[in-house]
Design a binder for this molecule. Structure first.
Ligand code: F6P
Length: 495
């Protein structure tokens, strides 16, 4: 199998997509401008989706349409709400869309993240559906449709939509301009039809999604769940052999495309001197008693299984006294969606648990858990990954989980153990991780002990195999496969 590279993707785009506009739609923007006093700073959001799309945007030089969410965003665009990014080395266009607080509350905090997010991640967090939010969700999808139609103009265009924020957008676009070639990637799981049944506006949502030419999920199981949901919910012809759905003359192909990372970039960047210096700083911060270090890095989200992992650490210290005074767990969590009550509850729960565990076990100069509710840049995140004896990803449910892949890509020393929830998409690829049921506290504690005790050769063997896999299954392969599939809808090509 030939390895996909940035170059190969660039060539595909240059040779096959020339003459087309390439428009990505995602709620989260890749660069956020924010005031710090009088100064404007640029922030990269904590989002696997943003990281994955970045190389494709560089290769295509297209336009990314997203919500302008930063306090200085309006002051950094031109008269058409556009700016060239990355700010220090422009390669593509960011088109910002403005939403009022009411629109943001109903569409982003409401339907997307209080409704669809818990519904699609089976984590036993009840979804909340408010009729007024659905009205706002429609309204905001229309705002994005107008922006995309304006960007496309009369030119032939590919539109690549991201995620559950835009279920109605594909149909709106197709109705307004049937020449647009539209793909949509669903970055989270699609649940089985029994679970999806609870969504009050399911017919309208599915009708919207079936405006796509191509609909992608991470794994085949989610494609099957989607077909099954459509089959039981609305009038449409579902072809389970070809994974296609036809409704009102429009056919949508449903396919799995496991997302990944820019392995080479991670590998190279993690070798930089700045990362080594950051590792020294973090070691000093963790203290001399941190002879064994475990880490967890993610957004502060209830799908990530942070309380479960903390309970496993508590159990580990209770049952394996030999680790007391020597083991430190560093939990880094970027604040996320904090206006939603469920996220506030999670934050209090995590803080209380950390406090309880540290109170129970700490002794002269040592405490077992360091919890940092902070956003960190790439250098620090890489340093943390590199100094860890193990990294734990204990998501209760996750479409893919790119942190697991980032950890592996940073370990150029071929050391470190990945403990990975079997309920992530990544678990299907990373067989050499220690796979766990994140709800099983004893099992997770025992995986931590195995990671700590694992002989060096075994650690290296496992890490090497995971790195070899990711070097080939990188984000360019994901992008190349999606775009190659999308090109099949370019009827001008087939003449
Ligand atoms: O991949 C799922 C996703 O919701 C992305 O759409 C998003 O950018 C990321 O997780 C982080 O969430 P948010 O953009 O809501 O901070």
């Amino acid at each position: 199998m030939a390895t996909w590279t940035r170059d190969a993707l660039q060539k595909l785009i240059a040779s096959r997509m020339a003459g087309y506009k390439f428009i990505v739609v995602a709620n989260r923007e890749p660069f956020i401008h924010r005031y710090q006093g009088d100064r404007i700073e640029v922030l990269r959001p904590a989002s696997g989706m943003v990281t994955a799309l970045d190389p494709i945007m560089h290769a295509s030089g297209g336009t990314w349409v997203a919500h302008g969410s930063g306090t200085a965003d309006r002051d950094t665009v031109d008269a058409n709400d556009r700016l060239q990014v990355p700010p220090d080395d422009p390669a593509y266009t960011l088109r910002r869309v403005w939403l009022t607080k009411r629109q943001e509350a109903g569409y982003y905090y409401g339907v997307a993240n209080s409704g669809l997010w818990p519904l699609c991640h089976v984590t036993f967090t009840p979804p909340v559906f408010r009729p007024e939010d659905w009205q706002t969700y429609r309204e905001v999808n229309r705002i994005y449709a107008d922006a995309v139609l304006e960007e496309a103009g009369n030119d032939p265009s590919f539109v690549f939509i991201q995620d559950y924020h835009f279920c109605l957008l594909p149909r709106m676009l197709k109705e307004a301009n049937s020449n647009l070639i539209i793909a949509h990637f669903w970055h989270i799981p699609w649940p089985n039809r029994e679970v999806f049944r609870a969504f009050p506006y399911k017919e309208e949502l599915l009708h919207g999604l079936l405006g796509n030419d191509l609909l992608g999920f991470h794994i085949r199981y989610h494609c099957q769940n989607f077909l099954d949901t459509v089959d039981r919910t609305i009038e449409a012809r579902v072809d389970t052999d070809r994974f296609q759905v036809t409704r009102l003359g429009q056919t949508t192909t449903v396919q799995d495309f496991p997302i990944s990372i820019d392995f080479k970039e991670h590998d190279e960047a993690s070798r930089a001197d700045a990362v080594t210096e950051a590792m020294d700083r973090w070691r000093r911060r963790l203290g001399r008693s941190a002879r064994i270090v475990g880490v967890g890095i993610e957004r502060l989200d209830y799908t990530k299984g942070i309380p479960q992992r903390l309970r496993a650490i508590d159990y580990l210290l209770q049952t394996r006294p030999e680790y007391r005074g020597r083991f430190v767990f560093l939990q880094v969590a970027a604040p996320s969606r904090s206006h939603i009550p469920e996220y506030q509850r999670l934050e209090s729960e995590v803080e209380a648990l950390v406090d309880e565990i540290n109170f129970r076990w700490s002794e002269s100069g040592w405490q077992p858990v360091l919890f940092l509710k902070e956003h960190h840049g790439q250098t620090d995140l890489m340093a943390i990954h590199r100094l860890a004896h193990f990294c734990i990803v204990s998501s209760l449910h996750d479409g893919m989980n790119l942190v697991a892949k980032e950890f592996v890509a940073c370990r150029t020393d071929e050391d470190g153990v990945l403990i990975l929830s079997q309920f992530t998409g990544s678990a299907r690829e990373l067989d050499d991780a220690l796979q766990v049921n994140p709800f099983a506290i004893e099992e997770m504690a025992s995986a931590m002990a195995s990671a700590i005790e694992m002989p060096a050769e075994e650690r290296q063997r496992r890490m090497r195999r995971m790195r070899e896999h990711l070097a080939r299954h990188n984000v360019f392969r994901w992008g190349g496969k999606v775009l190659s599939e999308l090109l099949k809808f370019d009827f001008s090509e087939s003449g």
